[in-house]
Design a protein around this ligand. Sequence first.
Ligand code: ADP
Ligand code: FE2
Length: 187
Amino acid sequence: MEKDKALSIVKEKLPNKRYVHTLGVLETAVNLAQKYGVDQKKVELAAVFHDYAKFRPIDEMKQIVVNENMDDALLLYGDELLHGPVGAYLVKQEIGINDEGVLDAIRYHTTGRPNMTLLEKVIYIADYIEPNRCFKGVEEVRELAKQDIDDALITSISNTVNFLMKKKQPVFPATLAAYNYLILKEE
Ligand SMILES: Nc1ncnc2c1ncn2[C@@H]1O[C@H](COP(=O)(O)OP(=O)(O)O)[C@@H](O)[C@H]1O
Ligand SMILES: [Fe+2]
């Protein structure tokens, strides 16, 4: 699918602010893809559709997790986790995207996972550092992303885990596993 066609589809599904965020993720992800050598077409599709399910009713997303036999843990660690895996499912069903690499990048863009592909890393980091983001620690990750995408990933995951822990919120296990995987690989 052409990028402009994809954008016109998500524009209908997202409020303007979230659409602007999506454009930021797209631009950032394409830059990272060039730097790290990832297929531009796949990155474009994953970036444009990464938040496709973000505004679906929570009950509808929970129902899909159950009906499609997705990981039950998705129901236990906060509703924010649903839109990645449910988005991958809906983008396949409703848009007809079948590329498993693209679907995985959408599926894991919130939590990450161990042994991520470069495409998954690019989408995860682009989501974190796109120009409209302005939270504590984002500038450091922007700088790291220019040097080493794994270092950017370690710092962004660490920031997110710390953020959740400070608020006494649960941390989805795959995120901790992603962190451990990257740290053990660096040693
Ligand atoms: N490992 C995790 N465990 C539980 N919740 C998480 C985890 N990682 C992120 N979140 C939640 O998901 C939210 C961010 O979702 P994300 O898809 O990264 O961004 P966006 O808001 O742009 O869709 C965070 O605010 C946080 O509450
Ligand atoms: Fe998201």
